[in-house]
Structure formats: C-alpha cells, structure tokens
Design a protein around this ligand. Structure first.
Ligand code: 8YV
Length: 316
C-alpha cells in the first residue's frame, strides 16, 4: 500500500480520509521537521504532506537521485519553503491548496487593516494594564477607515478578495500593484509600486513569498508612504524588510503596522515587540477549523489523484 506521511497533526476528518486511502503515518510534533526527518521522509514514504516551516531545500534533495517520495502535497497555498526546481529535477510533483485559504486570509487582512488604523492593540494593552482612565474625546485617535485608499501589493486571489471587501464593505478606493493588469468586478486601478505606496492610506501585502519578492517592501517604499499610512502584511514575512519597517515606525515615517507574518517566525525582533503602534498576530491567516479542514482535504485530493494516476488538481 502507498505510504504517506503527514508532517503535523491535522484536523481529525482530514486524517481519517487520508487513512482510508493510504498506509498513513502522522508526525505528532507541531514544530517544523528537522533536516534528518525530511531526508528520512523522502527515503521512506511514497508521498509527503508537508507544511509551513518544513524547509525542503536543495540541500535536502541533493542526497537523492531517485527518492522513494514522488509527491509533496503541501498544506497551504504558500510553498516558498520548498525548492520546487530541486524537487522537479528529481521528478517529485509539488502541489498546494489555493482557493481554500482565500477568504480566511482576506478576513485576517481586513482585521489587521482595522486594528492598525484604529489602534486596537494599543487600546487593548491600555485596558489590560489597568491604565485606562476612562473615555475622553481625544483619546487614542486613529485613522478613519471608511472611504480611504487601500493599496494592495500582489493582486491574486487573496489580494482581490481584500480589495472586494474594502470596496463593498468600507467604500474604499482600491489600487494595486501586480505584474499584469487584472479584470475584477469592482473598481481597482493598477499603479507602479512606489506610486501605490505614495497614494495609499493602507498598504496591504498579499504577494507570494519568493527570492524575487524578498524585501520588496523596504526603506524606499516606507519613504514613499505618507506619514499617516499603515502597512499590513498577511503574505510572507520576508517580503517586508523588518529592520527597515522598525526604522520607519520609530522615526514616524509611517504611523503603524498590522502583521500576521514575520521574517524569522516564530522569532519577532524585540524592537518590534516594543513598538506601541503595531498589531502582531501569530500567523492566524487560515486558523479556523473549517478552513484547515478544507485545506487538508485539498492536499489529500492531490495525493489521491496523483496515486490514482490522474492529473493533480493543484500542481505548482
Ligand atoms: C497557512 C498560509 O495556514 O496557506 C498559506 O500559505 O500562509 C497559511 O495561512 C500556513 O502557512 C500553512 O501553510
């Protein structure tokens, strides 16, 4: 029987379905796999269902000409932790879970837009610290969101879902930066990145993480942003130069940030933790049971198709 490894505990229904089809092993640890675990996985299993943090780099594949593993069915849309070229060079198929993550990640984007603009984390810290002395008219004044300009960096599924919410729910003007123009069912204007940064009240990052997008949002972009603007990142941490972001916040080049992702998760620089004007979430993008179930089922669908000899639904 086909041997499959799931590299983290997943929702029960996902594991049960995978177990109906495969000789299944579920790794019970919640931390990313070590290098030796990844090498063993390639050697001992026909298929692996990995996820964020399992760094299948060139060095991991390098030891194998023909690993037993034929498919890495990633749990998650982002697959920047897998060297896809190195996998393909060994004829290993890589798949991901687009679609399943779109709305949940867009919802977290909206939450961070609102939190960063309306200073929600500062307010909650004040309350929890027992420092709230009661309401007054000029306390914790934030940026009014309705009717403002949102600039979306990367206008794929998630970026468009955020744009649609901003337009339909908050009457916002939508601008975006994307390699090619996108047809959408709401008004959205394409800009070059520095122009978008200068135009937007809130800049939201939704690009895929990759070597090309690393540090795309750095000092030059922060300089271009107006001082009242906020940065939101729901994509991958290293698209934003974290040191440049800290500098921009410290020097009031921008007014705040809402982050769900970090350059070196789960490490967050002390300097960032000490800044009042940031909302920091622990990569909650898709953290809802039904969403994680849908992602898991999609990853299992890819495995079932692959070993059934039909085209995988979500190749990357
Ligand atoms: C996932 C994400 O939950 O799908 C993605 O790429 O960023 C998430 O929200 C997590 O990364 C597991 O893949």
């Amino acid at each position: 029987m086909t041997r499959v490894l799931i590299t983290r505990p997943l929702p029960e229904r996902v594991v049960a379905r995978a177990a109906e089809h495969f000789d299944l092993e579920v790794r019970e640890r919640t931390q990313p796999m070590s290098e030796s675990e990844m090498r063993s996985a390639l050697a001992l299993f026909d298929g692996v269902l990995p996820t964020l943090g399992d760094r299948f780099s060139e060095a991991i594949f390098a030891e194998f000409d023909e690993p037993r593993c034929r498919i890495l069915a990633n749990f998650g849309v982002g697959y920047n932790h897998i060297d896809v070229a190195a996998a393909k060079a060994r004829d290993i198929t890589v798949t991901n879970t687009p679609g399943a993550v779109t709305d949940a990640t867009a919802d977290i984007g909206m939450m961070l837009i609102l939190m960063a603009c309306r200073r929600a984390s500062e307010g909650e810290r004040l309350v929890r610290a027992g420092r709230w002395e009661g309401w007054h008219p000029t306390q914790l004044l934030g940026l009014h969101v309705t009717g403002k300009r949102v600039g979306i960096v990367g206008f794929g599924r998630i970026g468009q879902a955020i744009g649609r919410r901003c337009h339909a729910g908050f009457g916002m003007e939508v601008g975006y930066f994307n390699r090619r123009a996108r047809e959408v069912d709401f008004p959205a204007v394409r800009h070059e990145l520095p122009d978008l940064a200068a135009w937007a009240d809130v800049l939201v990052v939704t690009l895929p993480g990759s070597a090309e997008t690393r540090h795309m949002i750095g000092a030059k972009i922060f300089e271009a942003m107006p001082p009242h603007a906020r940065l939101v990142n729901v994509a991958r941490g290293d698209i934003v130069d974290e040191a440049a972001l800290i500098h921009a916040l410290r020097t009031a080049e921008i007014a705040g940030a809402g982050l769900d992702v970090y350059e070196h998760e789960p490490q967050i620089p002390q300097d960032l933790l000490e800044l009042e004007q940031v909302s920091l979430l622990p990569h909650l993008g898709t953290a809802a049971l039904e969403v994680r179930e849908a992602m898991g089922q999609m990853a299992v669908d890819n495995l079932i198709a692959f070993f059934g000899g039909t085209p995988v639904p979500n190749p990357v």
